[in-house]
Design a binder for this molecule. Structure first.
Ligand code: GLN
Length: 485
């Protein structure tokens, strides 16, 4: 069996037809991890014995000819900012190095209810702050396409694990690009759903007003399947939407004929890498060939997206990370002699520099005297951006943009320049701030590295986003390419 090539659909079929057993599949996954994760560094924690036990139960079910649940026996990796009951969940931070949640995030519970086998917790930037995994307290992950490069971030460990063949699908989170950008850099589908479509209960909060769970998969079909499993209103998250659920898979065969696709000119103006830009042009030409109508549109406030995001994010981060004080949560500093020192030493010793930077910037932006000038103003511009996106999406069905101005960066290339790292989110902040769904899809290669195309849709219209992705996938062969480790 070639795990890199297995999709949820093909693995499920193989299990059901007894082509291989679930124990074979899960053993092969851990063998591959043992062989290659020393170089890729996708995982922070593995759940091997539990996973093997579950695989045996799946095999027992198969031998009794019982039918399998939708994800039964499918090995899935989970980003380490997502709470897993009884399994260490660190947020890639020293402050939570020993934290074992007493409960499952809603999305983890849903995976388990669907029969998935969780094989481990993946590396990411500390508290998901970053775009390369280099802010992890436990060292960066490496891109399986070129180990000297970043797999993207913050959910880089999940993307690296899936592309390396250490699992068949993976969960990430997307606050400002963290599923879409690593998806683009690793030749995977990376879905950020509409804000509120999937429950955030059990995610370690970063920017509560833009955080969403994210899905990594190898095909549009697998992405649709996972979305159907994970989406829906949740009484544990008051921001989840009551909207009725789509049967996403049933829309995949919709033709592109007559679909109106907008190209927002602001996303195509600064071509940093002509080779990547050429890949994107060819992908757009292919969509046109498949029947889509291409329209040129404008989102003039795009240029403020990164600035607005980097006021709102640190502000919410400064508030959300307040609970990690050694008393309520977090590894308590042992050399404090009073309460004040317990706070300062716990936080001083255990947060990494990017988390500290965000706490300080956010505290400043929220402080009296500056609140109106920074936070309130950023919220106003956010509203303008949201309205602008809604308006353009009244004229077209979908928007298409690049995922990133270039292919995956080299590890170390930008990490000591926080502003350069923030600018990595240039094409990501629009969907994050406005709450619309965004999907990165494999669109080709430049410099022998994957290039992703982003499809953004109307609120709750993941079905159209996924159908365009699926039609494009059928007309190309990018998803059949895998990195040789
Ligand atoms: N790169 C962005 C940041 O550092 C997005 C991170 C994310 O989506 N978690 O904030």
């Amino acid at each position: 069996m070639d795990i890199q090539k297995l999709t949820i659909k093909s693995a499920k079929r193989a299990l059901e037809s007894k082509e291989f057993s679930c124990v074979d599949l899960v053993s092969a996954v851990f063998e591959r991890i043992r062989e290659h994760d020393g170089n890729v560094k996708a995982f922070l924690t593995l759940c091997e014995s539990e996973a093997m036990r579950e695989a045996e139960q799946v095999d027992a079910k198969i031998s009794r000819n019982e039918s399998l649940r939708v994800l039964e026996g499918i090995p899935i990796a989970v980003k380490d900012v997502i709470a897993t009951k009884g399994v260490r969940t660190t947020a890639a931070s020293k402050i939570l190095e020993q934290y074992i949640p007493p409960y499952d995030a809603t999305i983890v519970r849903k995976l388990k209810d669907a029969g998935a086998i969780i094989i481990g917790k993946t590396n990411c930037d500390e508290f998901a702050h970053g775009a390369s995994t280099e802010n992890s307290a436990f060292g960066p992950s490496h891109n399986p396409w070129d180990l000297s490069r970043s797999p993207g971030g913050s959910s880089g460990g999940s993307a690296a694990a899936l592309s390396a063949g250490f699992c068949i699908a993976a969960l990430g989170t997307d606050t400002g690009g963290s599923t879409r950008q690593p998806g683009g850099w690793c030749n995977l589908y990376g879905l950020r759903p509409t804000y509120g479509r999937i429950s955030r209960y059990g995610l370690i909060s970063m920017t509560s007003s833009t955080d969403t769970p994210g899905i990594f998969a190898k095909t549009a079909e697998d992405t649709a399947l996972l979305l159907s499993v994970l989406a829906g209103q949740d009484k544990m998250d008051a921001t989840t939407l009551p909207a009725k659920m789509d049967d996403y898979a049933s829309h995949l065969e919709r033709s592109l004929k007559g679909i109106k696709i907008g190209l927002p000119k602001e996303f195509f103006e600064h071509t940093e890498d002509p080779e990547s830009a050429e890949v994107i042009s060819q992908a757009i030409a292919k969509l046109e060939e498949l029947g889509a109508q291409i329209k040129h549109v404008s989102l003039p406030h795009t240029k403020y997206g990164v600035s607005v995001y980097y006021i709102i994010t640190p502000s919410e981060v400064s508030s959300n990370l307040g609970r990690f004080d050694g008393i309520r949560y977090g590894h308590r500093s042992q050399d404090a002699s009073n309460l004040f020192e317990t706070y300062t030493k716990t936080r001083g010793q255990n947060f990494g520099s990017e988390s500290k930077r965000r706490i300080m910037l956010g505290t400043y932006a929220l402080s009296s005297g500056y609140y109106d000038a920074y936070y309130k103003k950023a919220q106003k511009v956010r509203t303008v951006i949201t309205k602008e996106v809604e308006k353009v999406l009244n004229d077209v069905d979908l928007l298409i943009t690049p995922v990133s101005p270039h292919v995956a960066i080299k590890l170390g290339e930008k990490n000591d320049d926080p502003l350069a790292m923030y600018l990595e989110d240039i094409y990501m902040s629009t969907a994050a701030l406005s709450g619309v769904p965004g999907l990165s899809i494999p669109a080709g290669f430049a410099h022998n590295m994957p290039v992703g195309l982003q499809i953004m849709g109307k609120q709750l219209d993941e079905a159209s986003v996924l159908s365009v992705a699926h039609q494009y996938e059928k007309a190309t062969d990018w998803t059949e390419k895998f990195p040789l480790l």
